[in-house]
Ligand binder design. Structure first.
Ligand SMILES: Cc1cc2nc3c(=O)[nH]c(=O)nc-3n(C[C@H](O)[C@H](O)[C@H](O)COP(=O)(O)O)c2cc1C
Length: 251
């Protein structure tokens, strides 16, 4: 450590609560800090993914890995990163929760007028990513996004706790607001208006990503990871991607 910074770093470490002391490296000069981060390395050795032991259908492979993530009791195994692209061609990402999946695709719920909602309205192509750190696994999913039916949205909305249902009315998601007070005031106003029976807001509901490409990544030793990609070569009579081709990608 460069001398001029060691005192400041020591002081900061001293003031931080227990468990946060490792943050003292943030006081170091930029170049040294970068080398500290660059030195973080992990060897991935938990499992392997190969052609013989994987499913021919990516939906079945996903179901198995999702199930294993749930059974491993990971923190928030249902959290996935959703990437969309705006009309300015700039990509953006955010985390959403998977709320269901079946042969048609992967479902989450949100505000249709949010940034992601507006971007999806203009460009339905999107990508999802799960990173299950403890299992050394990543799933990447690409495809076209559609709104779920009003009935599906109604049914999921009705299953949410009351404060979440009010929250869907109270938050003009992704818009600039003057302060937290706006949300609190909105929530109070909608709670008084709807009492125990808020209807589903017209701007809130589900999306389904219909996958045409999947990738399952399993970390392996010496950076020779396993990557199996599935791409659909055709669509069935209902327009669903099928005829999956499974290919190994170099890590
Ligand atoms: C673990 C986690 C789960 C989340 N789940 C959702 C979700 O299911 N739906 C949602 O609209 N936002 C969810 N959010 C908030 C989003 O990440 C994001 O802040 C919000 O949707 C606004 O994104 P946008 O402005 O890009 O549209 C979640 C955030 C976290 C950290």
């Amino acid at each position: 450590m460069i001398d001029g910074n060691s005192e400041a770093a020591g002081k900061t470490a001293h003031q931080l609560p227990k468990g946060y002391q490792s943050l003292h490296h943030l006081q170091r000069p930029y170049t040294e800090r970068m080398s500290t981060i660059a030195d973080l390395r992990k060897s991935y050795e938990r499992a392997e993914l190969n052609e013989d032991a994987s499913h021919a259908d990516p939906h079945a492979q996903f179901a198995q890995w999702m199930d294993e993530a749930l059974r491993a009791e990971l923190p928030e195994p249902n959290a996935m990163t959703l990437a969309t692209v705006g009309s300015d061609l700039r990509p953006s990402t955010r985390v959403v929760l998977i709320k269901g999946y079946d042969a048609r695709g992967i479902v989450w719920f949100t505000n249709y007028e949010s940034r992601k909602g507006r971007e999806l309205a203009g460009n339905p192509f999107a990508a999802l990513q799960f990173h299950w750190v403890e299992l050394e696994r990543v799933v990447r999913i690409e495809g076209v996004v559609e709104k779920v039916s009003a009935e599906e949205s109604d049914s999921y909305y009705a299953s949410r706790p009351l404060d979440s249902r009010i929250g869907a009315w109270a938050s003009p998601q992704s818009q600039v607001i003057t302060g937290r007070g706006t949300l609190v005031a909105n929530a109070a106003q909608y709670a008084a208006r709807f009492l125990l029976q808020p209807p589903r807001p017209p701007h809130w509901g589900g999306y389904r990503l219909v996958p045409d490409t999947w990738e399952f990544w399993q970390g392996r030793k010496s950076r020779l990871h396993d990557r199996l990609r599935y791409r659909s070569e055709a669509r069935d009579a209902s327009g669903q991607p099928h005829n999956w081709v499974r290919e190994r990608l170099a890590p």
